[in-house]
Design a protein around this ligand. Sequence first.
Ligand code: ATP
Ligand code: MG
Length: 384
Amino acid sequence: MAQVTLNRLTKHFDDTPVVKGISLTVADGEFFSLLGPSGCGKTTILRMIAGFIFPTSGTVLFDDQDVTHVPANRRNTGMVFQNYALFPHMTVFENVAFGLRTRKVAAAETADRVARALDLVGLAGLEQRPVPQLSGGQQQRVALARAVVIEPDLLLLDEPLSNLDAKLREETRDQIRELQTKLGITAIYVTHDQEEALAVSDRIAVMEEGECRQLDRPDAIYRRPANRFVASFMGNMNLWEGVLTTDGGRTVFRHASGLAVALSAPAGTASSVSLPAPADKSAPADESAPADESASAEDSAPAGTVYLALHPQAARLTDEDTEGTVAGVVSTRRFKGATVEFTIDAGGVSIQVVENAEGPLAGRQPGDAVRVRIPGDQAIILED
Ligand SMILES: Nc1ncnc2c1ncn2[C@@H]1O[C@H](COP(=O)(O)OP(=O)(O)OP(=O)(O)O)[C@@H](O)[C@H]1O
Ligand SMILES: [Mg+2]
């Protein structure tokens, strides 16, 4: 059992900062993900938590204990590495038993605990199999058994599914979450795959270039990304630049192409529409949240540049020429099975739309004229 706290954690390699003052707390028993693109510092953070490398500045606490400079072998963490790093010349049993042998656990107890760990990951019976004779998914589960057999306080998983095919990835992902819940241990999971993070995490920190750009529950990050970076990382979101104006008492987003989206709330309460609340931002506790300027903006003055984000599932194809719709032409159509993804060219603005494949307009083809309904109440206005 462990709560993990990072305080202004920083890491430089040859004077280049790759982790830039990360502050966050992972609760005891929580499944916490670090999500971000390649090179943003995820593995570096995990290695500092594990104790394989030490920070340039800042601290790591396990519960109330400062472990910043405690070496890895004295931290009781189980780690599954990005390339799973099994010993290829050893059997499954020997791989899983390794951590117990280095801890001088007696032979009978070792056999017992290895059997239980292999049972947990569904590999009972494969004890004597040499590692090279396992499939990728089985090797992945050996790595997992090896990490949990020591009964760690903390399970660290570095892209543990990256070498598996799509179906096995989903299965193993769910098994990892089940296992973590069953064991009741804290887990920190590193991935660059937003779907994976959304599916398994209690909370997610979205990282960019060594900084945390948003920290929240999966549904909150998906529905209310705090900035363009997070929005663009959450799938194929529409993201348009424009300004906010007021028209007949309503706040309207205007794109340079002429596209206008009336947001649902009356003017003067723009923040209730979709501006991210300061609490949703990932700013570390020591940074004060920036003032929400547009919430107090005068009705008449157009605010500065803002960005409208809209999930493609929220946009809808329609034939009705009514308020809230815009005319366009299908430019691409991608059939995905249950859904169809469209790109609609609406006179200078490109709109991504995901339709249910059974929907009445899902058969529209490139070149067809169509209208798109843009629900203003589901638009998210971002300031950076
Ligand atoms: N030992 C090192 N010496 C110098 N630079 C390093 C070292 N380890 C990592 N880096 C650099 O630090 C940055 C962050 O690396 P890190 O491995 O933490 O990224 P990551 O988010 O895990 O990426 P990926 O998703 O590709 O695994 C990268 O630019 C990387 O080249
Ligand atoms: Mg990495």
